[in-house]
Design a protein around this ligand. Structure first.
Ligand code: 5AD
Ligand code: SF4
Length: 477
């Protein structure tokens, strides 16, 4: 084992201290040796997982471009490949190892190719051990807390031609001067906070992304003002739990206040993910209801419909409390669309407990739900629970749940037929370049026909003609 390596440590990652986090406005720097390092070279980044990871991918792209690299969308042409990974479930990890296997062939034809792995998997002890032992083709491993070190790490890997592993387990500073190359031209992700302190018993995120730490409001607003000035039409405020925004900085009404300030910039569309029901205050509901540019769409993960299971999951709410919150939002914003996340087969979930999950779907009639079979994550409390439910039973539950979710998705979408909706134009649809696609305010995907003069980033009125469970079809009015 190389002495210079810094390996992840889950115990270390679990620790939380009250020490305030430094907010650094000049920590990122390109060392002299790295300047122009990428001239004439290509980088390729593939991101897995959530929007926080997508946004990290944009930061890394920004760093690569400052080093002189050019983006390639085909990894065959790449001099550096970065797999920006997700650890939330085992199947996300399996996909990455599949890709790493495939890249081995590319290294035969291009021995100078550098393969880097970063993101949440890099924060996991067992994954890094596996990479060290099995996947010799991986040259560089770095974590979610030291992306700012990418120039130096890349330089060292190339120079020494040795594997480099540098993963910090303790969360780092909030770094404000990182570059960004945004992949969206009219829609942008904006981090408002990092990390998570909720420690739901099934979840690896508090270990891979460190403690909850908010960006200063003035730094968030500066980024938003720049986006408005560059004619961006939509911002999505990002955090593992946006409702907790500002608590660590001592802000009162942190997220409600921030939302209101962002709304006042006049940017046409504001979204935010993810909301934890625990921190969702009435002030937030009132602000969302008050401003028409805060979109009527809320992702409100329920995870289970049974209070006992919620307790074992460490979710901090009963199903009655969840329903009460859901109904208060629905009353204040009647046209609001809701999506959720649900886990089936949490250790020892009984048939009756699963029936409660079906019941909450009947009651909330979500527009969509992301549904998962529970996946044990090493180091989390749930992974230590003895689980007697057979996997086949969990698969049957998932199938039943998916059918119910699709039923309500379809029923909700049918209500759109005949309505005129405001749609933000993304561009030609994936399947047919004559047809355009975009999203309604309530985050419904619409495929539609329109004038030739319509441009990406326009907000146009579309009449909805047909509805399926996951898409609407329409024509420009
Ligand atoms: N197994 C299955 N699903 C999980 N999620 C988080 N951790 C796990 C796990 N160990 C789901 C939750 C979360 C979403 C992002 O992923 O539903 O809200
Ligand atoms: Fe995946 Fe969670 Fe990490 Fe996002 S924060 S990449 S969902 S493990």
């Amino acid at each position: 084992m190389n002495k210079q390596w810094k390996l992840p440590n889950l115990k270390e990652a679990q620790k939380r201290t009250k020490t305030p986090v430094n907010i650094e406005h000049s920590l990122f720097d390109i060392p002299e040796c790295c300047k122009e390092m990428g001239k004439g070279k290509n980088y390729f980044i593939r991101t897995y997982g959530c929007q926080a990871n997508e946004r990290d991918g944009e930061t890394m792209a920004g760093i690569f471009e400052e080093l002189g690299y050019t983006q390639t969308l085909d990894m065959v042409n790449a001099d550096v490949i970065i797999l920006n990974t997700c650890a939330v479930r085992e199947n996300a990890e399996d996909k990455v190892f599949g890709e790493v296997g495939h890249i081995k062939h590319l290294k035969r034809t291009n021995p100078d190719l550098i393969l880097g792995i970063c993101g949440c998997m890099a924060q996991e002890e067992a994954m890094v051990e596996k990479i060290i032992k099995v996947y010799k083709q991986v040259d560089l491993v770095f974590g979610t807390h030291n992306i700012y070190r990418l120039p130096q790490l890349l330089y060292d890997t190339m120079k020494t031609k040795e594997r480099m592993i540098e993963v910090y387990s303790k969360e780092g500073e909030v770094i404000e001067n990182l570059p960004v190359r945004r992949f969206g031209l009219h829609k942008a992700w904006v981090n408002i906070m990092y990390g998570c302190d909720k420690f739901c018993t099934y979840c690896i995120v508090p270990y891979t992304r460190g403690k909850e730490r908010s960006r200063l409001k003035e730094d968030v607003m500066k980024e938003i003002d720049e986006l408005v000035a560059s004619n961006y039409k939509e911002v999505t405020l990002l955090g593992q739990n946006v409702n907790a925004y500002g608590k660590d900085l001592g802000y009162e009404n942190g997220f409600a206040d921030l939302l209101e300030s962002v709304a006042k910039t006049g940017i046409p569309r504001i979204r935010f993910v993810t909301s934890h029901p625990w921190d969702f205050t009435q002030e937030m509901i009132d602000v969302i209801a008050k401003y028409p540019n805060i979109m009527p769409y809320i992702h409100l993960p329920v995870q289970s419909g049974n209070t006992q299971v919620l307790k074992l999951m460490g979710r901090r709410y009963t199903i009655e409390e969840y329903k009460d919150l859901f109904n208060r939002i629905k009353t204040a914003i009647p046209h609001c669309a809701f999506t959720t996340d649900i886990i089936v087969g949490f250790p020892n979930e009984t048939d009756e407990q699963f029936e409660d999950t079906l019941k909450i779907v009947d009651e909330c009639q979500y527009d969509a739900a992301f549904t998962f079979i529970y996946s044990p994550r090493e180091g989390t409390p749930a992974a230590r629970m003895v689980d007697t439910t057979p996997y086949e039973v969990k698969e049957v539950r998932l199938k039943r749940l998916i059918e119910k979710v699709a039923f309500y998705a379809n029923q909700n979408n049918q209500k759109y037929v005949g309505r005129i909706e405001k749609v933000l134009v993304d561009g030609p649809s994936k399947k047919n370049s004559e047809v355009y696609s975009g999203y309604t305010e309530s985050q419904k995907l619409v495929n539609f026909t329109c004038d030739k003069s319509v441009q990406v980033g326009d907000i146009i009125e579309v009449e909805i003609i047909e509805a399926k469970s996951w898409t609407l079809t329409g024509k420009q009015v």
